[in-house]
Structures are given as structure tokens and as C-alpha cells.
Write a protein that binds this ligand. Sequence first.
Ligand code: ARG
Length: 257
Amino acid sequence: MKKATKVLTLALAMIMLAGVLTACGGGSKKGDTLTFGTNPEFPPFEFITSNGVIGEFDGIDMAIAKQIAEENGMTVAMESMEFDSLLVALQNGQIDAVIAGMTATDERRETVDFSTTYYTATQVMIVREDSDITKATDMADKKICVVQGYTGEVCVQEMGYSYEAFKKGTEAVLELVNGKCDVVVIDSATAQKYVGDNEGLKIVEDASAFESEEYAIAVQKGNTELLDKINASVEKMLSDGTINELAVKYTEEATAE
Ligand code: ARG
């Protein structure tokens, strides 16, 4: 080999090596994979099923996450964890974003940044059909169940009522069905799903007691590069009706089951 060719070959080899190195660990943390964290205990937004849109993960949020990744030429990955652990995992860099029907609260905004709102919900009360609860203040002398770390828990706390917190919505609803508690405070669309799945339950709303809540995707504070990509996709999915269609699709599935 001529000297010039040797130098060229070496230079090429080094460029290729550098490419491999960046693909593995440089620049963006996991190369072309966009890793979301979720807690798949929250139908119709995220739940586990035999064949979901991302492996076993299915729901409105899962379809949104998949489209965000695809539109940005990335592969989507989903990590399942406790709801309480999601923002910690995000801050640690274990995941790139959180999509979990998560309400963008002022408290959470102190530690993470949120995308454009993609869904508006509210807390509601699930009660047994024969319940005399008609408004939030009727909960005062009742046994209240909430899910740990959800905004529903914060609401009940702020109202000054005592309550019992469960790890999963289904556990709280089971207590209600079994007569061990009188009311479950949880997000509206998820409540609809639980009422559809269980006999003898109904939903009581109280707009004067529960404010509307905006679901958004969380990223690490200051990660504007990712946030811009997420926002561009979310805004597109909002304006072209994709999110609406997903909401209808997964809500119908929820009540048809
Ligand atoms: N919207 C409520 C909150 O932000 C409940 C969200 C629960 N989500 C879940 N994937 N388990 O606290």
C-alpha cells in the first residue's frame, strides 16, 4: 500500500470507530431510541394487553408515544414502573420522557418540564349505585380511597379529609365494590373504564370542587431539544384529530369490554 492510501485507510477506520462510539454512548443517551416511562395501571391511557401498540403496552398514551418516536425517526421503548417513581427516573436519566396520563401540576413543574397539553380531565368520585354522595363535601364522613401519588390523593388531602391510599386504581375500586370504602377519587376517563368493568358503580362529578387537569408529557428540565420534537408531534396530532380519534377508540373499547 502506498503511504497516502495507508493514511487514508487509517483515517477512515478512525471515523468509523468514532461513529460507533457516538452511536453507543455519545450525544444522545440511547442512540436512536426514545425511552418513555409509564405506569400501565391507568386505562384507557396505558394498560397491559396481549398485543398492544408497543409490545404489551396499549392505550391512548402508548399510541401517542409511538407516533412521536416514529415522526422523529426514532425507535420507541417503554419502561414500566410505579407512578411515584416516574419523575425520579426521568431526573436520573433512566428514561427520556414520561407519558402516563400525568397532570401538569405546579408542584411537578418545579422539577420537570411539560409538553403542550394533550388531554383535559378532572377528578370524579366513583361510588356504589345506592350511595347518597352527590357532592365532594358529602365525602366528609365517608371512607375515601385514592391511589398513591395521583392528583386525586392531593385533592382529598387539600380538602382535609382522611383517606386510604392504594398502589393501584383496581385495588381501590375493589375496596369500593366490597363495601370496605365508600368512594374512590380518581381521574374521569379511568373512572369511566372502572365503572364499565364493575357492576353497581356510578360516577359523581363536582365541578365546583375539582378543577380541570391537563395531561402532558414530561421531560428533564431544560431538555428543549426533546421538548420541541414532542411538542411538534403533539400539536400535529391535536390539530389533525389523531388524539381525538385515539380517545374515542380507547374509550369505546373500555366500555365495550
Ligand atoms: N392524572 C393523575 C396524576 O397525574 C393520575 C395519573 C396516573 N397515571 C398512571 N399512568 N398511573 O397524578
